[in-house]
Design a protein around this ligand. Structure first.
Ligand code: AMP
Ligand code: MN
Ligand code: MN
Ligand code: MN
Length: 281
């Protein structure tokens, strides 16, 4: 059982890397990619846990990209986490995250959230600060009833706690992953709130920039979306990937590794020689 998209406390996940791998083992996952936002800090601990528990841990990351004033997420898999260009790129993204957090906190304090930066930093610990940390505070203080409402009312573009960032370019993110020997994946094509036209534009741009694979089956796709994404992948010569995008045990509708198989006619990413090597070394 393969799951190539998951998060730990090194970004906005709720389980430490070793806890995540232990949960994956409990759920019968045999191959797991830890794909934290803009960091590879959890990989070593995840690998150690994986070695103990018999879970193959694939090096992963989910890079923040700005394309046409929109944010895209590019997952990198099976790369060398010590490669220079990737490390430099991650460093720049982490600086942008930290600066954005300061600006989000200032905006949310104007909306009535107290001590926002310190508390968000406390939630993030040594991990990357992400918008879900602020969403949790908005819920904790009773300003919103749940995380979804916090995003809708405060954190989405156009809302009072939103800060626009120019993340990495699509070309740069794909380049860092490929130069580090990895495979690039356009994450959750149905997860951006795009119209069909913008979704297809994004997939085309990713393929034209040299991207390798499209995430087809996730923890929040239905079969119609998976079949539509599979058609797009085939049309652009992209491989197919699957990953739950697991963040927390509280997401009771979403379990590690519980994904439908790829639709027929699509070449799975694990047939790519690079991932093959990572899966069978
Ligand atoms: P960031 O990369 O810091 O902008 O945060 C993006 C993350 O926020 C995504 O990876 C999701 O985990 C989370 N997220 C986005 N929208 C929502 C939502 N409506 N409810 C809960 N979490 C969300
Ligand atoms: Mn996330
Ligand atoms: Mn994402
Ligand atoms: Mn993710």
């Amino acid at each position: 059982m393969i799951d190539l998209h998951s998060h730990s406390t090194c970004s906005d996940g709720r389980l430490a890397p070793a806890e995540l791998v232990a949960r994956a083992a409990d759920f019968g996952v045999t191959t797991l990619a830890l794909t934290d936002h803009d960091t590879v800090a959890g990989l070593a601990a995840a690998r150690t846990a994986g070695d103990e528990l018999g879970v193959r841990v694939v090096a992963g990351v989910e890079l923040s990209v700005t394309w046409n004033k929109r944010t895209l997420h590019i997952v990198g898999l099976a790369f060398d986490p010590t490669a220079d260009a990737l490390s430099d790129g991650l460093c720049a993204l982490q600086t942008q995250r930290a600066e954005r957090a300061t600006r989000i906190a200032a905006k949310l304090e104007k909306q009535g959230l107290t001590d926002a930066l310190r508390r968000a930093q406390a939630l993030a610990g040594t991990g990357q600060i992400a918008r879900p940390h602020f969403a949790r505070l908005l819920v904790e203080d009773g300003l919103c009833k749940d995380m979804n409402q916090a995003f809708k009312r405060y954190l989405k573009p156009g809302k009072p706690g939103h800060v626009t960032i120019e993340w990495a370019t699509l070309e740069a993110a794909i380049g860092w992953i490929h130069d580090a020997g990895g495979v690039s994946v356009l994450a959750h094509p149905f997860g951006y709130g795009f119209s069909g036209a913008w979704r297809r534009r994004a997939i085309t741009a990713f393929a034209e920039a040299g991207g390798g694979a499209l995430e087809i089956c996730t923890g929040s796709t239905n079969r119609d979306q998976e079949i539509a994404a599979a058609d797009d992948a085939v049309a652009h010569g992209l491989l197919g990937s699957i990953g739950s995008d697991f963040h927390a045990p509280e997401q009771i509708w979403l379990a590690l590794g519980r994904l439908r198989p790829l639709p027929c006619g699509l070449v799975p990413l694990w047939d790519d020689p690079r991932l093959c090597a990572a899966l069978h070394d």
